[in-house]
Design a protein around this ligand. Structure first.
Ligand code: TXA
Ligand code: MG
Length: 325
């Protein structure tokens, strides 16, 4: 399966649903070493059997992803996770409170962890999360093993929040696409590394900082913590082709305007992330709207987005999407 991922003549992956039969079919593709795009509550993931190094290698090829950038392993819950990683009591409390859900924990890898070294890029740690999506959990249960799954997009481009986004960019490089509809959150998981003295936030995301800090106390930034980094936090990432102008209060000729809340006087937004200024709605719309405007414009002005709550993750993605190549 997927033995010829470089060939342009490869048939596009079928898009199927998420019925029990569909999940059975997806599980057999995964167990045969293939690649399946799966819905999660955050964004679509490109899943392979995390214990099969050859299958994991196909993820890196299909995405054009640097092999030093490790993958998140998706688990059914704490019991499966504990076979892979060492849980401190803080890590366990975080998992108990937020799993299944959009929190990824970076934890010390157990010596007997069966996950392929390529999935963790040879690091002594492993990133784990249990997705809050019935189809993703149903697939993990059928496979009975962790699924390595980065977002299902070519490296550095916008993350997919529908099956159609996945098909558009990756159909000829993967084996199957499960269509579970649009993702509820629309922003990737928040990544946290719980340590002995507090915890580090490696990536802001769909779980707001304040919810996590109730258990961890103040989260430190990766720069402040020596030695812990998410290798995937590239400066330019999640990027459309168009140039972005952030915190825009006006629009210049030729630019699209991506609004949030009430538009500045005289500006007619091309699209609005949330007319009522709701950050959850804005997160869910972010990648799909950037994609749409990218098709018709080479410059996109983006309204200011407040930094609180989900705004931290939204602004992080916008900053990276707007970084110059
Ligand atoms: O919501 C999500 O997290 C989605 C869905 C599909 O689950 N997945 C996702 O995966 O965003 P990806 O590969 O696009 O981003 C994973 C991030 C990367 O920045 C990577 O460097 C970091 O997690 N990461 C993975 N393993 C790590 C580790 N052991 N230590 C530090 N960072 C790690
Ligand atoms: Mg990604």
């Amino acid at each position: 399966m997927n033995s010829d991922s470089e060939s342009p003549s490869r048939a596009p992956a079928p898009i199927i649903g998420v019925t029990d039969r569909d999940l059975d079919r997806a599980a057999s593709v995964i167990l045969a070493g293939g690649l399946v795009a799966i819905p999660t509550e955050t964004v679509y993931g490109l899943a392979a059997d995390a214990t099969n190094g050859v299958a994991v290698a196909k993820i890196f090829t299909a995405k054009g992803r640097p092999s030093f950038n490790p993958l998140i392993c998706h688990v059914s819950g704490i019991a499966m996770a504990e076979e892979l990683a060492e849980f401190s009591s803080l890590a366990r409390r975080l998992a108990e409170k937020f799993w299944p859900g959009p929190l990824t924990l970076v934890l010390p890898r157990r010596p007997e962890c069966p996950v392929a070294d390529l999935a963790t890029a040879g690091l002594p740690s492993i990133a784990l999360r249990s997705p809050k999506h019935i189809a993703a959990l149903g697939l993990i249960a059928r496979v009975g093993r962790p699924l390595a799954a980065p977002s299902a997009n070519p490296s550095e481009t916008l993350s997919p929040t529908t099956a159609q986004h996945v098909a558009h960019n990756l159909a000829s490089k993967i084996d199957l696409i499960l269509d579970g509809g649009a993702c509820a959150a629309g922003l990737e998981s928040t990544i946290v590394a719980p340590g002995k003295s507090g915890a580090v936030m490696l990536r802001p995301g769909a779980l707001p900082r304040a919810a996590i800090e109730q258990l961890t106390g103040p989260l430190t930034a990766p720069e402040a913590a020596s030695g812990v980094l998410a290798p995937g936090m590239l400066r330019r990432h999640y990027a459309p082709r168009a140039r972005l102008r952030l915190n825009a209060l006006d629009v210049t000729p030729g630019e699209a305007f991506l609004g949030f809340g009430a538009p500045p006087p005289g500006v007619l937004p091309s699209l609005n992330l949330s007319i009522r200024g709701d950050l959850e709605e804005a997160a869910a719309n972010l990648f799909a709207m950037l994609r749409t405007l990218d098709e018709s414009h080479s410059m996109i002005a983006v309204a200011p987005i407040p930094g609180a709550g989900l705004g931290e993750g939204i602004n992080d993605r916008l900053k990276r999407a707007g970084a110059l190549a």
